[in-house]
Design a protein around this ligand. Structure first.
Ligand code: FRU
Length: 535
């Protein structure tokens, strides 16, 4: 994130100018604050987006007493980035979200930047009452005035707690709990409980590396190590850390997540990760992962342009055992300009992270959470088996429902040496979005260059985005979700992932399968119409 100062312009003095100004200001305000209906142009229908105002990073996610909590960077008064609050929503199933009142407001110590939250089961913080574990949020205070005055220590970590299932939060009187000693970027604490060592561990993003801090009570923190100066991508500042173990059979690996802006493979904001071990003090990179991340190479959780600041839920019950991530479906390159009116920004779909052995070593596979299957409209499903596509099949008439809200699973034989398979969704205005696979480059791709409104930023549709294929299976599998203004591709069981947004002038309703002239053998295709969770 880059903060920008807006300087007031000098206005002419004539009464007429003042009148026109007031009129347009009135109009702008009227446009900015209508009642949210969730029917608005470009409004996602089964992703989380705030009713009104601006959102960026997901924050403080934890599960407690049947609810998945989602907080997020929020500016309620405008649809551009501004004084940061924590907005709040809850879900019982990761598919349907209920908006709750703002959880944290900025105060004299600063804006409330990104961070995490935990269930303090053992009441180590002492904030608990009535034998109930307190919920504790750990966030960055960003002192805007301090930054503007040239201070370097304008980011410090604070905590707040809740004793009522996250409905209200009290900031700790001893804030900040972790003070900055003069480092300009020192933010986005992600705290986990380290069961083996009975300690809290904080991963903190600090300029070009992550630092590790430990605590027994969430109030007193000691620095124990750092990782990253020499590894991975350094195209921009490191932000939003996460650290957690993932299991595959008897193998446990620790995953370190590093959001970085800019530096992503297709431009702007992106999420890289490292596979290794955590010894209670610091992170150690796996030997066989090293060649991948040296010289600026990195492993990316998502190759699309619109998945940033992703971190994972805390306290998902052991009986469930999943590690679930959600990101911000946007990119700092154009986030403040995207053409939605009443709100700006949405979350990605919640995704389960899995440790998988690939021909290239252990990697993190990313799949949509299984609860999303409840969105399928079981009466509106289309399927076919064993069919060859020579140039194109128009599925629109056969489908009988719109591609606007749809989910597609398709598997096909990998062509010998060349051949492109495309899924194209389009509208009556000739605007289209294309996602597919290219055999000669062995990449998945996403093309929004003719997707509709693209002029709002010259960075938005300046290239076709690609994701390398990791699997070497002869069957290629695409799993795609379309939701009004976004596409999320999970290919080959989540080993190649790509998330992109688009803004057509009219909803895409049509759908075609196309090839570059190569005959491609479809093994199986299924398309579901999905239900809106907001209407
Ligand atoms: C990431 C980020 C964080 C920061 C927040 C501010 O998108 O820049 O590093 O805490 O956004 O809104």
């Amino acid at each position: 994130m880059k903060t920008k100062t807006m300087y007031p312009k000098t206005f002419g003095k004539s009464l007429f100018t003042v009148f026109v100004l007031l009129l347009s200001l009135g109009n702008a305000m009227a446009q900015e604050t209508p009642q949210a209906t969730y029917h608005e142009t470009h409004r996602p229908q089964y992703h989380f987006s705030p009713a009104k105002g601006w959102m960026n990073d997901p924050n403080g996610m934890f599960y407690y007493e049947g609810e998945y909590h989602l907080f997020y960077q929020y500016y309620p008064d405008k649809t551009v980035w501004g004084p940061m609050h924590w907005g709040h929503a809850v879900s019982k199933d990761l598919a349907h979200w209920e908006n709750l009142p703002i959880a944290l407001y900025p105060d004299s110590l600063g804006y409330i930047f990104s961070g995490s939250a935990v269930v303090d089961w053992k009441n180590t913080s002492g904030f608990g009452i009535n034998n109930q574990p307190p919920l504790v949020a750990i966030f960055t205070y960003h002192d805007m005035a301090g930054e503007k005055s040239g201070r370097k220590d304008y980011e410090n970590q604070g905590i707040a707690y809740s004793n009522d299932k996250g409905r209200t939060w009290t900031k700790y009187v001893g804030n900040p709990v972790l003070k900055n000693n003069g480092t300009t970027d020192f933010r986005d604490p992600k705290v986990i409980w380290d069961e083996a060592r009975k300690q809290w561990v904080m991963a903190l993003a600090v300029q070009d590396h992550h630092e590790f801090w430990v605590s027994k009570d969430l109030k007193n923190w000691v620095n124990t190590g750092s990782f990253g100066k020499e590894w991975g991508n350094h195209g921009g500042v490191w932000e939003c850390a996460d650290l957690f173990p993932l299991k595959n059979g008897n193998t446990t690996k620790w995953i370190l997540i590093v959001n970085i802006n800019p530096g992503a493979p297709n431009g702007g904001s992106g999420t890289q990760y490292f596979v290794g071990n955590f010894d209670g003090k610091t992170f150690h990179l796996d030997e066989d992962f090293k060649p991948l991340v040296s010289n600026g190479n990195a492993a990316w959780l998502d190759y699309g342009r619109d998945n940033y600041a992703g971190v994972t839920w805390s306290d998902v019950p052991k009986s469930d055992g999943r590690r679930i991530l959600i990101g911000w479906m946007n990119n700092w390159q154009y986030a403040n300009l995207v053409p939605s009116l009443q709100w700006r920004g949405a979350a990605t779909l919640p995704r389960e992270l899995k440790l998988v052995a690939t021909p290239q070593g252990y990697r993190v596979a990313v799949v949509p959470v299984k609860e999303l299957q409840s969105l399928r409209n079981i009466k509106q499903v289309f399927s076919l088996k064993n069919q060859k596509v020579k140039t194109a099949i128009d599925l629109t008439p056969q489908l009988g429902f719109k591609s606007t809200l749809s989910e597609i699973e398709i598997s096909f034989e990998k062509p010998q040496s060349k051949g492109i398979l495309e899924i194209e969704i389009a509208n009556n205005k000739g605007e289209r979005y294309v996602i597919g696979y290219n055999t000669s480059t062995n990449t998945f791709f996403s093309d929004r260059t003719q997707s509709g409104k693209i002029q709002f930023s010259d960075k938005f549709a300046n290239s076709v985005h690609t994701a390398p294929r990791l699997s070497n299976s002869n069957t290629i599998k695409l799993h795609v979700f379309f939701d009004v203004a976004s596409a999320e591709l999970f290919a080959d069981g989540g080993t190649s992932v790509l998330t992109d947004t688009f803004f057509p002038n009219e909803d895409y309703t049509k759908i075609q399968l196309k090839t570059d002239g190569t005959t491609i053998a479809i093994k199986e295709l299924k398309i579901w119409s999905l239900k809106s969770t907001w209407k």
